[in-house]
Design a protein around this ligand. Structure first.
Ligand SMILES: [Zn+2]
Ligand SMILES: [Zn+2]
Length: 167
């Protein structure tokens, strides 16, 4: 979604509001987006840069940390980025990553939205707070049915190590 900022660039203090929907994003490092991404916010000319403040709302399809079942989770966050025109940017600020540099009079926010979704991914998702997970011995999804293995609960990651030791 490209926004023409020729007017905004001319006048310090000016503001432009926007709202758009990104139907789907590619190259999300394996993250599955299951809801169109709604982006709204504003671009402000803050003198040395154009500041973007945006609210993002979407939904993700993530695997439960314990049983690997698919869980749909809402994702909502706000992010800020500063954009600097090519002709106003010096090498130091670019190297310090303080600004995203843009050319001509067009700012394309899709890349920033993509990166910020990845930065705001939930760390740990459970299908239910008490999800019993998968039996580390027989692989049974314990949410569906109990198994007959001994009840020693072993962390699935440790179970992998235990298997390696047996070899
Ligand atoms: Zn689960
Ligand atoms: Zn079992």
């Amino acid at each position: 979604m490209k926004i023409n900022v020729s007017r905004l660039r001319k006048e310090a203090g000016s503001i432009e509001e926007f709202q758009f929907i990104i139907p789907q994003l590619q190259d999300m490092n394996g993250v599955l987006i299951n809801k169109p991404i709604s982006v709204r916010g504003r671009l402000s000319n803050i003198g040395e840069a154009l500041q973007l403040i945006a609210q993002v709302e979407t939904g993700l399809s993530v695997r439960c940390d314990r049983c690997l079942e698919e869980v749909l989770v809402p994702l909502e966050f706000e992010f800020i980025e500063n954009y600097c025109h090519e002709s106003d940017s010096d090498e130091e600020t670019i190297e310090n990553n303080e600004y995203i540099v843009f050319e001509d009079d067009l700012i394309d926010m899709v890349q920033a939205v993509r990166e910020n979704i990845i930065l705001n991914l939930p760390m740990r998702v459970l299908c239910a707070p008490d999800c019993p997970g998968i039996c580390s011995q027989c692989g049974q999804n314990l949410k569906e049915k109990k198994c007959n293995c001994s009840s020693d609960t072993v962390d699935p990651r440790l179970a992998v190590l235990a298997k390696l030791k047996q070899l």
